[in-house]
Design a protein around this ligand. Structure first.
Ligand code: NAP
Length: 270
């Protein structure tokens, strides 16, 4: 029962109506007997974050607030400082503690594919918040080289330099030609572009997968992520963004409550 003592957590972003996070977090609160509720709040780009952060017990942040929240934090974790983005904030004794759960969330998800990434080459499409988290997670997995394809090349170059990854990451435009040139020996291809970016990718040619290669699309909310079915047919081990969503949510739940939820092998059904 919701009372005056119930802790209130929220996803803050725009849009948020498609989000699976309320179902996920509320199920875990119930399973752990925690008196808390999690809701999705539609907050436009110019919406004031500080009053929300001061009133709620904790939040997740999605587009367009992951960068804007960083200056408001009292304690920013190392992945926040590296990526310049926070997607989970908890208020503890009046202090705002921010973390980027996308980095380890992607890391835990890609580990489930059991790919051999040691000394491998990976291709990342997109260099926004999610693309940066993917690059950082891959850098921790002894990847030899990452090729990043982005619509705005200078933005990707800036992100790579800011994360100190210039020696292992090369940057290209997001074109079918560049994709064809870099994907041939890739052990892993990750689509981290957002909705409109995915339209640019639909026409890319998907060639036969190198042995044991993986293809991950972070857009869990898309019914038909670009190239995913063709990648499966071409022999890639494919994974939708549900696994990253689940793992980054579990890390946020740990931050909010100090408890670890059970992460089931199947993606959430809602
Ligand atoms: P973001 O910071 O806004 O970055 C968007 C990326 O898409 C940028 O690389 C951007 O390129 C590119 N893009 C946007 N419109 C484009 C267009 N018309 N043509 C070509 N490229 C375009 O977004 P994000 O936070 O990285 O999120 C990316 C996607 O990942 C979203 O759909 C989000 O839902 C999903 N995501 C999933 C999870 C999960 O847990 N599964 C976690 C985080 C994000 P420019 O740099 O040129 O603008």
């Amino acid at each position: 029962m919701i009372t005056g003592h119930t802790a209130v957590f929220a996803l803050i972003g725009s849009p948020v109506a498609h989000s699976l996070s309320p179902a996920m977090q509320n199920r875990w609160f119930a399973e752990h007997g925690i008196d808390a509720v999690y809701v999705a709040l539609e907050v436009p780009p110019d919406g004031a974050l500080a009053p929300l952060l001061g009133a709620l017990d904790g939040v997740n942040l999605t587009i367009p607030h992951k960068l804007a929240v960083v200056p408001l934090l009292d304690d920013a974790g190392p992945d926040v400082l590296a990526t310049g983005a926070a997607n989970a904030v908890v208020r503890r004794e009046g202090r705002l503690i921010g973390r980027n759960t996308d980095v380890d969330g992607f890391g835990r998800a890609v580990d489930e594919l059991a790919l051999d990434l040691d000394g491998a080459h990976a291709v990342v499409l997109g260099a926004g918040g999610a693309g940066r988290a993917v690059m950082l997670a891959l850098a921790r997995r002894r990847i030899r080289r990452v090729s990043v394809l982005n619509r705005t090349v200078p933005k990707a170059l800036e992100a790579v330099a800011a994360m100190g990854l210039a020696e292992t990451v090369d940057v290209h435009p997001l074109t079918a030609q560049a994709f064809g040139e870099v994907c041939g020996d890739a052990s892993l291809i990750v689509n981290a572009t957002s909705g409109a970016g995915c339209d640019a990718i639909r026409g890319f040619e998907v060639v036969a997968a190198p042995t044991g290669a993986g293809w991950v699309d972070l857009n869990y909310w898309m019914a038909d992520p670009p190239c995913l079915e063709r990648a499966r047919a071409a022999g890639y081990r494919v994974q939708t963004g549900h696994r990253m969503l689940l793992h980054q949510g579990a890390i946020a739940f740990e931050l909010f409550t100090g408890s670890s939820p059970t992460v089931l092998p199947d993606a959430p059904s809602q």
